[in-house]
Ligand binder design. Structure first.
Ligand code: ADP
Ligand code: 5GP
Length: 182
């Protein structure tokens, strides 16, 4: 599982990992956030209404869920469990609140925190992505300090300074974890 402040590069690292690591399945979350211009339903997210999301919660169809920057996000249970049963590793890219819920339920998971090289660089990436409103960027940045304080709850930290290095480190963590005896 990878988490970290918004704009740190989690999605970029995840996309770069996929062609490099075999037997890795990305989990597609459900969200009430509106799609960005480059996003497609059932590819980046399952975009749902708040009523539909509440129904998923009521039917216990989410492993975890959280309200993040004013929208609801959650991990569909069936898909993750079926992928694990097939022997695949499932990559969750979720926020800290969700990660802490998964840690409770699945402590055997591997928890990787992606950190920015600096706060200035984080702001720059959030702004450069050019996909969120000013209000949303401010909310994401405001949350980042508290999010950083959760780093100690994770198994690994990867600083996303140079992208290629960060991808290599994350790939190495996955490979090392697969070689672990206990
Ligand atoms: P997140 O998924 O954590 O919110 P993104 O993957 O969308 O973040 O990345 C935010 C922005 O930062 C994007 O424009 C992305 O291209 C850029 N980015 C990601 N990693 C790096 C890096 N190592 N150096 C510079 N820019 C980066
Ligand atoms: P974004 O709106 O930038 O796609 O994502 C905002 C935040 O929501 C990010 O921190 C991302 O990791 C998190 N997120 C995405 N999917 C989920 C999910 O299923 N559960 C939780 N708890 N957070 C998620």
């Amino acid at each position: 599982m990878i988490s970290g402040p918004s704009g740190v590069g989690k999605g970029t690292i995840r996309n770069a990992l996929l062609p490099r690591v075999d037997n890795l399945q990305v989990s597609i979350s459900a969200t009430t956030r509106k799609p960005r211009s480059n996003e497609v339903n059932a590819r980046e997210y399952f975009f749902v209404s708040e009523d539909e999301f509440r129904e998923l919660i009521a039917e216990d169809k989410l492993i975890e869920w959280a309200c993040v920057y004013s929208n609801l996000y959650g991990t569909p249970r069936d898909f993750v469990m079926k992928s694990l049963e097939k022997g695949l590793d499932v990559l969750l890219e979720i926020d800290i609140q969700g990660a802490m819920q998964v840690k409770e339920k699945m402590p055997e998971g591997v928890f990787i925190f992606i950190a920015p090289p600096s706060i200035d660089e984080l702001i720059e990436r959030l702004c450069n992505r050019g996909q969120d409103s000013q209000e949303s960027i401010e909310a994401r940045f405001a949350a980042s300090q508290k999010e950083m304080s959760y780093m100690k709850e994770y198994d690994y930290v990867v600083v996303n300074d140079n992208l290629a290095d960060a991808v290599k480190k994350t790939e190495s963590i996955i490979i090392a974890e697969r070689c672990k005896i206990n």
